[in-house]
Design a protein around this ligand. Sequence first.
Ligand code: GLC
Length: 878
Amino acid sequence: MFHVLRIFCGNYLRKARVMYRTGYAISRKACAFIVMLLACTVGIAAQAVTLHAVNQTHVLNSGIEIQSNPGVLQIVALRDDLLRITMSATSKLPEDASWAVLPASRIARVSVTPDQDALSVGFHTALLQVRINRQTLGITISDASGHVISQDARPVEYRADDKNGDLGFRVWKVMPDDEHYFGLGDKTGPLDRRGGSYVMWNTDAYRFQEGTDPLYKSIPFFIGFREGKSYGIFLDNTWRTTFDFGKEYRDNYSFGSEGGPLTYYFLYGPQPKAVEMSYAWLTGTTPLPPLWSFGFQQSRYSYETEQRVREVADHLRADRIPSDAIYLDIDYQQKNRPFTVDNTKFPYFSAFVQEMEKKQFHLVLVADLHIADAPNQGYAPFNTGIAGQHFVKNQDGTIYHGIVWPGLSDFPDFTQQKTRKWFGGLYQSLYMDGVSGFWDDMNEPSVFDTPIKTIALDVQDHIDEPGFTQRVTTQREVHNIVGIENARATFDGMLALKLNQRPFVLTRASYAGGQRYGATWTGDNSSSWSHLRMSTPMLESLGLGGFYMAGDDIGGFAGSPSMDLLTAWLEVGAFNPMYRDHTEKYTNDQEPWVGGHIQEAIRRSYINERYRLLPYLYSVAEKASRTGVPIMRPLFLEFPEATADKHPLDLDAGNEFLVGPDLLIAPTPYPDELQPYAVTFPSSDWYDYWTGTRVTDGVPPKSTSLRSVPVSTGAPMGIGALQTISIHPNLQVLPVYVRGGAILPLQPLIQSTAQKPNGPLELRIYPGPDCKGTLYQDDGTTLNYQHGVYFREDFTCSVSASRVQLNISSVSGSYPAWWKQIEVVLYGWNTAGYVAKLNGQIISNGRYDAVHRSLHLLIPQNAAGEVLSIAKQLSSGR
Ligand code: GLC
């Protein structure tokens, strides 16, 4: 009944829009029409439909399909731990197509075993049981032992939009008191989403604040975490979607959309890292970015002339501030027109790019998606865009225009393959000139002169994409994917132009799966202490949403930071995946040297440290590009069972975060406050990164809940509580710790990643449980690593009271090492008396550093692998 009403009324509403636009004269026919329209509007607004009975069941090889009149529900197992749930209010299931999910994963299936009893129908896989209640259609998902993981709280509700007839829906799930929620990507606020509600609608959120929502990207994926165990839910719907974690109902969470397919995926952990890996299996990972993009990047809106860029580059080199990239913001262009260069400001552009290359700087150029509407002006992107029918159109067939940086602009129809190909080709001249990366900004898409700050919702787009039926749709459906498809066009275009180069694309807007096309940043933040604080949970959340290559505008975009704030931000940023200093037009200078020598020296020391740590960071990134486990990690991801009641430790641990599995960064949670704060350690063995001394007592914690941690005044807490130490904030020292059991590779300082480090590789051993590390290297720029041209070595160590043994694996891959020797640094060593043997032969070049309790030994790099054993010589008498 409802469906019939919807279709009938939907037609009336559409006709009404056409009549309104075409100025339909009031006539008897029109009067009758208006009466009907009002009736429909009232009728639809009041109508909501739920499906709540199993009318007929079809057992599928890989799941189940249930007719629940007038609709249908289908649940299939893509893997034993991954389900797709899809539902429709009509007998036709939603289109089996996706912008986010990889084609091979979308069609993957495993066989399941059907189950049924008096109350339910369903099936089980090797890892999950699925039950659908015969009376309510409620879905319950349990693990193999019957422990319930997720349960519908009430029937799914469909509701038609009273204005345009789009059919929205909402799904409610039971929300246990002790379940916590992480993810949704680009969001402010606490890392735990419990208690909040969120909107997915890509928005140019200039000067966003702590409560601003929505922001630039839509990543409708979250992790549920309870008692140390996790699952994920990914709602694959590009329309405006919303998520509510207990705001509407205290004991339910829910998600829904204004229209489009009701299709979501359930990803079973139980380890949170397994959920991350499954999400990567579904939506892909960021391909390994070029090594230089992990270096320090300097930007501002705008370095206006080539002379100014030269000055900045030379200043960085003269002050020995290691750096790899400089960004050109919109002012390098003629009249802000993308894909042009203002020859008065950059008269010899290609020579200039080469000059910068010689100085070991990569240039990244902004190239926005809006194309100036500039007929008869020789502006090729406009001319070719018109000729190829590449711009989105109004309902009446005219091209849609909106005002952005270049003035009146047109917007590419990125959901068409041919448009993406055309757009990708626009990079040719700049990319061939030697520009290293492109910055896709304003691609929510942002439009200045409209109340909704974006393209009108009824503007038409063409969907021409494998898996989808070719059709015309509107911005309602594609608004949230303009950014991802813009980045995809850029990435694919760059790859087509230079087949063996890793593209570097920085995008502001995106959708789930957008990580496949490169890096992102958190947009237009502000130069305030609270924005420094906010950046950590934002970057962690982006990482959980697949975007492991993420950063923020260091120092803040809007406004000018105090010198202490800039310093503190450059410290924390040194441990973020992407490290870019950027600021708005007309703000004060914000380069690392600003504010005098003392500040500069502190900042330089952190940038230096970043460069020394690159072997570790790059090895973590390479693994992330294979597994999807992000570089920057909340503590619960590595230590899901750290607390006795197994609540996520991040709820108690301020703004602490992990870089890879081994580094714990503990910035003050309230950076503008001066009193001491507690650093909480997620396990028992941790060392101070700066001094190498052990800061925890190595005794496994036996805490109960951590809600009220006693803070020690210096010495670590031992048995009876999670270990904490109290830190007095000090601008010069960002607390950084290393997991006992880590083996970290570091390199001698370089000024840019184009330089080969000179000297031995440093291998720091921090004895502790699960002792291991890895080192990955390659040429940093090409795709040769995909064909075996890389270097990989794994390390393990075994530790006893009197002996440490380091095992270095043989090298895999054919990329040569730049080092001839390895300096092994063994921390936690308390005696100068030792016997060291390399592959059984005594070596005696060691040096004991009593202050840092570390033993330093030089050994040759040996591709065949080696064993170094170090034993205490108790008779040394010291
Ligand atoms: C947007 C970007 C900002 C950039 C500016 C000018 O506000 O977010 O990073 O500098 O546009 O291009």
